[in-house]
Design a protein around this ligand. Structure first.
Ligand SMILES: [Ca+2]
Ligand SMILES: [Ca+2]
Length: 171
């Protein structure tokens, strides 16, 4: 079962994705998310759209095919991600390409902020220096993928990847 800390992390994203604020995620929420990504400069629209909607399909399956998904449904999916990390890494890779606007194969702090806003629909108080594990002022693909995998599949409050969307409030 997902821990309280994992729940706290997911609550943060869930609330941002639930644009209508009814406490459920729907296909429309994921279409809106895909649309936010589609506006980005480095973006391969079709790829990201597919990635985001494939998460909707996964979540909907976890919800027994319902047309709306609860926080607990999301946590049930989070629970099995450590054994199925490939889609998580694939998502990280697609996002990386979308936000790397200058195409240097690194994500700068400014590019990173674009990623956070595409997910949350707002800014967040992220600590880029904390996320940049080797301290070179930018995120490599490997750094980015490791952070993303930790956020979704990990359960370590001391890991930088737990804070990809900024501070986590206790649930
Ligand atoms: Ca870049
Ligand atoms: Ca770095």
């Amino acid at each position: 079962m997902a821990s309280d800390f994992q729940r706290s992390k997911v609550v943060l994203v869930f609330g941002a994705l639930d644009v209508t604020g009814d406490g459920y995620l729907t296909e429309e929420d994921f279409r809106l998310l895909a649309a936010r990504w589609a506006g980005l400069r480095g973006s391969d629209d079709r790829l990201l759209s597919q990635v985001m909607l494939s998460w909707w399909t996964t979540l909907q399956a976890a919800a027994g095919g319902a047309d709306r998904v609860t926080l607990d449904d999301v946590l049930n999916v989070v629970d099995v991600l450590p054994d199925n990390i490939e889609p998580v890494l694939g998502t990280a890779n697609a996002m990386f390409g979308a936000v790397d606007a200058d195409g240097d194969d690194y994500v700068s702090e400014a590019e990173y902020r674009v990623m956070v806003e595409a997910w949350l629909g707002r800014e967040a108080a992220t600590d880029f220096a904390l996320l940049d594990s080797d301290g070179d002022g930018r995120l490599s693909r490997a750094e980015f993928a490791a952070l993303w995998a930790e956020f979704w599949a990990g359960d370590n409050a001391a890991a930088a990847g737990s804070y990809v969307f900024g501070p986590v409030q206790a649930a």
